[in-house]
Design a protein around this ligand. Sequence first.
Ligand SMILES: [Fe+2]
Length: 261
Amino acid sequence: MAEELLDLGKGFWNIRGNFRLAGLVNVGTHASLVRLGSGRFVLLDSYSLTGPLRERVMALTDGGRAVEAILNLHPFHTLHCEAMHRDFPDAALYGTVRHHQRLPALPWADAPVESAALAARYSDDIILSVPAGIDLVCAAEHVHAGSVLAWHKASGTLHVDDTLNLVPVPRLLRAVLPPPRLFLHPTLPQALAPGPGAVRDFRAWIRALAAQCADLRHLVVAHSGHRSFAPGAFAEALLAALRRISPRLERAEARRGSPAV
Ligand SMILES: [Fe+2]
């Protein structure tokens, strides 16, 4: 996996970066640069930009001056927030309550990244979507299912951190294997929100996401890259992924005594 800037067209660039688990296996990470209708930019998530990658992002954004906000969408993706803020010091900085707690010295905007006010501000260009039925910030540090998803309407691109994933396929085999399969984060059952109806609410949210992204052309995910879809194919793949994990969700809900609806 190498650092790379993917130009997906219509004002959407996906920044592919390195992330080594325990300093060894490179599972990759990402951030995205989005040009708004106003001509200004927002960054989705953070990455420490260096070398040619940094030069290209700076060239696109008038040396960084055209970036008006950094939206950190995953509560457990905090490694690169300081570096991103250093590169774009005038951009408003958004994150979840966990970002605020982990990095209290950064000048976080008061409103969290999942707030309705922030979603409304960017709704002409980007639809920010918070999964229903699961906790965005889980107390258990290994449960990374929750994140805010960002749908860029102009390019038909969905930017997702860990909530959705693609089965990793080695680069050399991509030409001969079928496109990587979509799956929901394996810790999803542990992220179910308290109270009855969590599975019902999550399913309804997935169906709404499938409808919203019916014309999706590109899916970018944090740790397993990018996949293009023919119109309509993403919704089908998303609903299939939901069907595969549904028994585990139902069992998790039944175990704690609140029936799946
Ligand atoms: Fe992650």
